[in-house]
Design a protein around this ligand. Structure first.
Ligand code: DX5
Ligand code: ZN
Length: 241
């Protein structure tokens, strides 16, 4: 199946900026500055205090932010019963909705994917560190993206769980063997020190928040991370020639 999300985000890999650890009172300025600096994806972390032990924001904030930036919104739902809120996030301006495999009953997963895609936006599924990738095999031909959590969902600024990294190559091998085209993204604990390893294994969208917003100059840090990602892109290209 051809992946239109890949077409929209082309060229990959590219970084997604998680706004969770940013100064949330200044989101309009932050997103505008990052848009100017060619950030292609904002990653918006939605937490409900049930599926994860933390609370963040919801559709009203996303809707307001949509008035300040045209950048692609990847909404990462870390909530129970995501099926009840899909239309709220679509109406707020989400471009891609990612829900957690662990947050829903297996028998309604295909239905949720269908509901999201019916609205002409993109759909992804996220898995927690303890969840094996094989649970996703039945859905990989109908989703646009897999989000491999490389920390326990709930908080920014955690250390990457090394054992999760091996899921990237497992998923990439399965994808190639089965001629699938979904995008592989990773979320949590990614920084300039482990970025190369993750990209080399096949992650196409590394999500990064803390590494960017813990810096005294987040624009400069984004530029460094983008340059690093682009240099690896070039390296990969020449390698495959
Ligand atoms: C964690 C969130 C992440 C997080 C990014 O539950 O899903 O998106 O903000 O991780 P850091 O902050 O480590 O880059
Ligand atoms: Zn996230």
């Amino acid at each position: 199946m051809k992946n239109n999300l890949r077409k929209i985000l082309n060229p990959l890999p590219t970084i997604a900026v998680s706004l969770l650890d940013s100064d949330l009172a200044n989101l309009a300025t932050i997103t505008r500055k990052l848009q100017k600096n060619k950030v292609k994806i904002f990653h918006l972390d939605i937490m409900d205090g049930h599926f994860v032990p933390n609370l963040t924001f919801g559709p009203p904030l996303i809707k307001s932010l949509r008035n300040h930036t045209k950048v692609f919104f990847n909404v990462h739902l870390m909530i129970e019963n995501p099926q009840n809120y899909i239309s709220d996030y679509i109406n707020a301006g989400a471009d891609l909705i990612v829900f957690h495999y662990e947050s829903v009953k297996k028998r309604i997963i295909s239905q949720i994917i269908g509901d999201i895609k019916k609205s002409k936006i993109f759909c992804g599924i996220a898995i927690k560190p303890a969840t094996p990738i094989k649970v996703l095999f039945p859905f990989l031909n109908i989703i646009d993206l897999v989000l491999i959590m490389t920390v326990e969902p709930g908080f920014g600024g955690q250390k990457i769980i090394k054992s999760c990294i091996s899921k990237i190559s497992l998923l990439k091998n399965y994808k190639e063997a089965n001629n699938l085209d979904f995008i592989i993204s990773c979320d949590g604990g990614i920084n300039e020190h482990n970025l190369k390893e993750i990209l080399d294994l096949g992650c196409e969208i590394p999500v990064m928040g803390h590494a960017i917003f813990s810096s005294s100059d987040y624009v400069k840090k984004v530029k460094i991370l983008q340059r690093l990602t682009n240099s690896l892109k070039f390296h990969k290209y020449t390698k495959n020639e």
